[in-house]
Design a protein around this ligand. Structure first.
Ligand SMILES: NC(=O)c1ccc[n+]([C@@H]2O[C@H](COP(=O)([O-])OP(=O)(O)OC[C@H]3O[C@@H](n4cnc5c(N)ncnc54)[C@H](O)[C@@H]3O)[C@@H](O)[C@H]2O)c1
Ligand SMILES: [Zn+2]
Ligand SMILES: [Zn+2]
Length: 377
């Protein structure tokens, strides 16, 4: 049995998002959960799938991986979530491989198969068009829909007091940025960090660096409005790299030494290289943008001779069910005010919302799929 929903389809690479009537399988399999979507953030990675820079993807497809909503139906083996629960959606993992068992599900050996292959774990499609064409999913989630079919491990239950219009972006942009600090780099209190690119991911990292007690949090971007926002969130210094040599400025701010930690969220090849230069001896760089660009350096002269480190960190190395809950608690305590960065749009304004992220004017666009939803009910 299928059910008709609305989904924002990418027909082929570089096409705009187009709202279409789509069929979703409405009989959840053993570990599946059917979720009524209230709202979804747009992450730069959705754009990276649209423009092809995320690598191979089986179009047509429906992306979106920052959904929040209400559980409608569950499969027979689902025990962690019930009909009517309010949920935030994040990535999928198998929970059984050695990396999952060691507490690092973002290194799940089946991560790519479960999140970017476009199908459910058994290889079948969740979505189709009326003419029978299969439509790929994304993150086993596809939150750019009015209703979607996910796996139980995609789901984190949140309290009914939590405003579902706001919390979807905790499922990717904000756990990625904060987790890169909390788990990937784990800076000691009193250390220095440079965050290059202060979009949603960079801002999540900034708020986490403040919670961790970093002494200097230096934010770099090419948009003054984003840097002003970073200052409000607790950046100790900001640098507009369109106007000045940011590496020289970082050195000046750190007694000529460079920073202990750096995060690149730009994916711009020369900027990633500059981020290696900006590190102090023994420093760590996490270049976490989704890009096909390369980072190249002399392994001896630029890395090993100074014992620098370059670390890939996926989804903040975070366990969604723990991290989302923690971030909501930090938010309630006033320490993680991510909602200041959000701007709300109607679902049919999806291309406008995506453009507002690309031109730098909005840090986190969020689309409301269910305009009748009222928080607290
Ligand atoms: N590693 C992961 O698991 C993971 C997860 C989510 C997102 N991402 C990726 O992280 C990146 C950031 O995502 P986002 O949603 O914050 O995107 P975003 O576009 O909002 O942020 C990127 C920021 O970089 C800035 N920037 C661009 N060029 C620059 C330059 N030359 N110098 C300085 N700043 C520059 C932009 O102005 C912007 O503020 C994207 O590539 C996204 O796909 C990675
Ligand atoms: Zn696994
Ligand atoms: Zn994302």
């Amino acid at each position: 049995m299928t059910k008709t929903i609305t989904g924002a389809v990418i027909e082929k690479v570089n096409d705009p998002f187009k709202l279409e009537k789509i069929q979703v399988d409405d009989q959840p399999k053993a570990h599946e959960v059917l979720v009524h979507i209230v709202a979804s953030g747009i992450c730069h990675t959705d754009q990276a799938v649209r423009d092809g820079s995320a690598g191979a993807y089986a179009y047509p497809g429906i992306v979106g991986h920052e959904g929040a909503g209400i559980v409608e139906k569950i499969g027979d083996y689902v025990t962690t979530v019930h009909v009517g629960d309010h949920v935030v959606l994040s990535y999928d993992y198998d929970g059984t491989c050695k990396n999952c068992l060691r507490g690092h599900p973002s290194s799940c050996i089946n991560w790519a198969k479960l999140n970017t292959a476009g199908t459910r774990p058994d290889g079948s499609f969740a979505f189709s068009k009326d003419d029978g064409t299969n439509v790929s999913n994304f993150f086993n989630q596809s939150s750019f829909t009015t209703e979607t079919l996910v796996q139980d491990r995609n789901v984190t239950v949140v309290g009914k007091d939590v405003d579902l219009r706001k919390v979807g972006p905790l499922g990717c942009g904000f756990i990625t940025g904060s987790g890169t600090v909390f788990n990937g780099l784990n800076p000691k209190e009193g250390s220095t960090i440079a965050i290059v690119g202060t979009g949603a991911v960079g801002s999540g990292a900034l708020m986490a660096a403040k919670i961790k007690g970093c002494e200097k949090i230096i934010c770099v971007d090419i948009h003054d409005n984003r840097l002003a926002q970073a200052k409000e969130l607790g950046a100790t210094d900001t640098i507009n790299s369109a106007d000045e040599d940011w590496v020289a400025k970082v050195k000046e701010l750190t007694n000529g030494q460079g920073v202990d930690y750096a995060i690149d969220t730009t994916g711009v090849a020369p900027v990633m290289h500059q981020a290696v230069d900006a590190l102090a001896s023994g420093g760590h760089l996490a270049p976490i943008a989704v890009t096909t660009k390369e980072l190249s350096f002399q392994t001896w002269n630029e890395l090993t001779a100074f014992q620098k480190h370059v670390d890939g960190v996926l989804m903040g190395d975070a366990i969604p069910q723990l991290a989302i809950t923690t971030l909501i608690n930090f938010w309630k305590a006033g320490k993680f005010p991510f909602d200041k960065l959000e701007k709300f749009y109607d679902f049919d304004q999806i291309n406008e919302a995506n453009d507002a992220s690309l031109d730098g004017s909005v840090i986190k666009p969020v689309m409301i799929m269910d305009k009748d939803y009222k928080p607290g009910e």
